[in-house]
Design a protein around this ligand. Structure first.
Ligand SMILES: [Zn+2]
Length: 260
């Protein structure tokens, strides 16, 4: 995996004070980039295609939209022609209207785009979209996959999640770069591991529920703690605070109850 990471710092001044904003740029190929606003964290895709400039999930936080726009211009030599989203949540779609205002066209899918392939899934949200850019061999998968947080398969349950991951693994080849909605990009091996860990998590929660344990009791289970730790691939010190840990268990229990 050849990823060159450099930081593109733009300093601009607003009325009366100076503000600094940093958007990290990962170059995937001559035509493809991941942009990520430090402190916001959504992975934004930028593709220079024969159809024009295509953006995936262009949301760097409200205050960084102008900076992102300027950065896109400097990297791709123009404004976005097409805007795609991996799903509708605002941390991915919140920049849509800004880029529509700059002349971009919001697309429901990539059917009319020559260089991008897509498929729909139900896992993190009711409508998840995965985008494959063959020229850079990169796959933007949104929040079906997250390398900075625990999995969130609440819309599709285990079956929707498994189907989504299997679909992603079928795209590209062994060298494909998998770009999660948040966190560092990985290869397919790590994605497969994420799937295995997620299934192990659900199986363990199910077992403990069967033993009559409450969410709080499940939280204190040694194996559950180990499995949660496996999602902390970036070795964050404060990975999933206690409250979020309990919520993850409760939401997993809800998925299990729905029989998905
Ligand atoms: Zn997200």
């Amino acid at each position: 995996m050849k990823l060159t990471l450099f930081f593109f710092a733009l300093i601009y001044s607003a009325i009366g004070w100076a503000n600094t904003s940093n958007i990290a740029v990962t170059k995937l190929s001559e035509d493809a980039f991941i942009l990520n606003a430090i402190g916001y964290g959504t992975n934004i895709g930028l593709f220079k295609t024969t159809d024009g400039i295509v953006l995936v999930d262009p949301m760097p936080g409200e205050k960084n939209l102008d900076t992102l726009h300027a950065l896109i211009d400097s990297l791709a030599g123009g404004s976005a022609r097409f805007v795609l989203n991996t799903h509708a949540h605002s941390d991915h779609s919140g920049g849509n209207s800004y880029f529509i205002g700059q002349g971009g066209l919001l697309m429901n899918d990539a059917v009319h785009l020559t260089e991008i392939e897509d498929f729909a899934a139900i896992s993190h949200s009711g409508v998840d979209k995965v985008y494959f850019h063959a020229k850079s061999n990169s796959i933007f998968v949104g929040d079906i996959y997250d390398t900075s947080w625990h999995p969130t398969f609440y819309a599709g349950g285990v079956s929707g999640f498994s189907k989504a991951i299997e679909g992603i693994l079928k795209l590209g080849n062994d060298e494909s770069i998998i770009v999660p909605g948040h966190g560092k990009p990985t290869g397919k091996t790590e994605l497969q591991l994420f799937k295995n860990n997620t299934l192990a998590w659900v199986a363990r929660v199910k077992k403990l529920k069967g033993d009559g344990k409450s969410a709080i009791e499940i939280k204190n289970d040694a194996q559950i703690k180990i499995i949660l730790g496996k999602f902390n691939v970036e070795n964050k010190a404060d990975f999933v605070p206690e409250e979020a840990f309990v919520r993850f268990i409760e939401r997993t229990l809800a998925v299990i109850e729905k029989g998905e």
